[in-house]
Design a protein around this ligand. Structure first.
Ligand code: HSE
Length: 428
């Protein structure tokens, strides 16, 4: 007999766990129309915090401090893992899959570190491991890449994949707020990770672009070879200069299928104001997908927060239940691919260099760059003439390794006080 009641257990009642509960409760009727005649029952909720505040007091009846108890419950059919971080999340997921339970998660870190292994285990056990909420929270990008965009090989994905840093950069740029103040606000709004360094230093966006690359290019790749850098060094000064030049600064995640290898990286970038991603502001995420005859596709939506992430967890639950009686394996092909060494990648560059204000300085710097085959698009002196001034250089496309070598030499010139900023530029 087909199972009509599908029991759910949730591990971790932080922002995303609580958002999931709220949606399952408030939209119950609407959700169950899609899975009729099946019904969803919240069977058990676990969090290590004994005093977790649950808005619906009735839920304390199904609350436990033991994630183990939930995973071991034979009546539970689907485990929602919203603990975050690597362990114990990974072991709990593996245990659940091994005991024949489906798993839904928002945990990008676990997928980046152990995704292929987990998917293998899910396949062996004929259950699903779904993770739509792990990338760009409210945007159904994984579904689009794996279910809809299946007719052409994709060439490129560009994304603003971290809501916290996008919120911070937007507040710094549009309201002149300080970094610290904007970060605090994004934490209060529930956008930031429990440890916000994961957002700020690019780790979160790195996990997400790994996931998108693996799915979009059907690639088996080693995440350890992906370069990532966060927004700690972005100053209001650079945001202002970039604006004058017609750009906005964003934390950009990029993945290009070059054919022989994949160019995947995360770093801040100057984006031209008329680029599709330039106006993705606040906690919004944006993703541009290129390739195929469908033209450029741009997705945007809330990339962080309880309800955007919760809504994608619920849609994965619905997906599993709709196919409950006919298991189908959604991820069956990954081809080993090499990630291009970061030093071998190309971009135009924005460089801000602080120099002594005297004749001949530009020529000295230019000759170093010329020797390394880095050519300039424009050079602008910033600020009042004085002892020292900042010079902003925009380069043509140049090799990362050559730019870094040139900068090392430039930093040693007597006329140079400091290399203030090195930011890559994106072309339309
Ligand atoms: N901390 C993440 C972000 C939450 O800011 O985008 C969603 O993954």
């Amino acid at each position: 007999m087909k199972k009509e009641i599908i029991n759910i257990g949730i591990l971790g009642l932080g922002t995303v766990g609580q958002g999931t509960i709220k949606i399952l409760q408030e939209n119950k009727e609407f959700i169950e129309q899609k899975i009729y005649p099946k019904k969803i029952v919240l069977k058990k909720l676990a969090d290590k915090d004994k005093d977790k505040i649950l808005l619906d007091k009735n839920l304390y009846k199904i609350f436990t401090n033991s994630a183990q108890e939930v995973v071991a419950d034979p009546e539970i059919d689907i485990i929602v893992e919203t603990i975050g971080g690597f362990e114990p999340a990974k072991s709990l997921i593996m245990q659940a899959l091994n005991s024949g339970k489906h798993v839904v998660t928002a945990n990008k870190e676990v997928i980046a570190k152990a995704g292929y292994e987990i998917l293998d285990l899910a396949r062996e056990n004929k259950v699903n491991f779904l993770f739509e909420a792990s990338v760009a929270s409210g945007i159904p990008i994984i579904g689009a890449l794996s279910n809809s965009l299946t007719s052409y090989k994709l060439k490129e994905i560009m994304g603003i994949l971290n809501g916290t840093t996008n919120y911070i950069l937007t507040k710094m740029s549009e309201e002149g707020k300080d970094y610290e103040e904007a970060l605090k606000e994004s934490q209060e709004k529930g956008y930031a990770e429990a440890d916000p360094r994961k957002d700020i230093d690019g780790f979160d966006a790195f996990n997400k672009i790994f996931i998108l690359s693996a799915i979009a290019f059907r690639a088996k790749i080693d995440p350890n070879n992906i370069y990532y850098e966060g927004i700690r060094n972005i100053s209001k000064l650079d945001i202002g200069y970039a604006r004058e030049l017609g750009y906005t600064i964003k934390l950009l995640a990029l993945a290009r299928n070059t054919g022989p290898d994949l160019d995947i990286r995360v770093h801040p970038a100057l984006i031209p104001k008329r680029h599709a991603l330039a106006n993705i502001g606040g906690a919004y995420n944006g993703i541009l997908v290129r390739g195929g005859e469908f033209g450029d596709l741009t997705f945007s939506g809330l990339g962080a927060g309880a309800l955007p992430a919760g809504s994608m967890i619920v849609s994965d639950i619905v997906d599993i239940i709709k196919n409950y009686d006919n298991y189908n394996n959604r991820y069956n092909y990954f081809e080993k691919k090499k990630i291009r060494d970061f030093s071998q990648t190309y971009s135009p560059y924005y460089l801000r260099i602080r120099v002594k204000d005297r004749p001949g300085v530009l020529a000295e710097i230019a000759s170093v760059f010329a020797r390394k085959k880095v050519s300039f698009l424009s050079v602008i002196q910033k600020g009042e003439a004085g002892e020292v001034v900042d010079i902003v250089f925009l380069t043509h496309q140049a090799k990362e390794g050559s730019v870094q070598e040139a900068l090392k030499e430039v930093a040693r010139l007597e006329c140079v006080e400091k290399i203030c900023s090195t930011i890559r530029v994106v072309e339309i």
